[in-house]
Design a protein around this ligand. Sequence first.
Ligand SMILES: [Zn+2]
Ligand SMILES: [Zn+2]
Length: 289
Amino acid sequence: MRHHVPHFDRHWDGSPRHLPPRRTLQIAANSPSRLLRAGQTSRCRHCGNRIDWYPRSDDRPIALHPAEVAAIDVSPTCRWHLSGGIAHPHHDGSGWCRIPHAVLCPQQSPRSRTGSPRLASLCRELGLRSRRLIDTGAFTPTSHPPAPGDAAGQPVRPVVRILLVNYLGESAVETIRCVAQTRQRSRCTHPVLAAIRGRWVLLSTQPCRGQLTLPDTCMAIYDLSHLSYADQLRWRAQRCTTHATATAAADLTLAGWQPFDPLLHAEHIRTELPTPEPAEPEPYQSRRR
Ligand SMILES: [Zn+2]
Ligand SMILES: [Zn+2]
């Protein structure tokens, strides 16, 4: 029988006493993604389960289930793989693949329970975890935004025109936040909105992708066309004025823009201009930054 030899380099719970110094994460100059992989994990707002965000090749984000699954269990249309930090919607030929969380989400896709037994068991597992999170109060599911505007008439998700392309923003214009990483390795707290602001205008919904049957109505758009090219690029990269040119600062999260599609985003179309903000009596210096 061997005597137990205590390890003095570990705590009673097995965790190491001395941690190696933390290294700063950096983006390789030739990386196709400017996103640090640390910090791209979040929770599904419908079910509370963990998701990993990845950019697609066209920069649109997608939430993937955080673990790989056997490709044989997944229908070919739902197989994704990662390459250079970018998510691609097909299979890379290995026995494993990634799967969009929306396929598994217990709150979003109760209809699609026709997968393999292993996938069905994974769905049940996520469903149970979601139930437990909700029951213990650790998570409150959010439903779709009930109203397109808040009390002040500002759209909750505005349509913003950047470099003549319409994007759907992730939140009200004033609250869109810089995505860059600060020196403290946390996300920058500055807003993207700067001294020169955009203008609310009524413009055509512009049926896209040849949807000629779509009624061509006017909608409120936060137009940035009068800003300089560099400033519009800064808006599209979702960076504050400090991080506009700081190329060394990586993005800590994905920019929240979605290319605006009048069919997909019909619920966010507002046909009236928001009530104008009160005139700005306060001096520039006292404005919250
Ligand atoms: Zn979910
Ligand atoms: Zn910033």
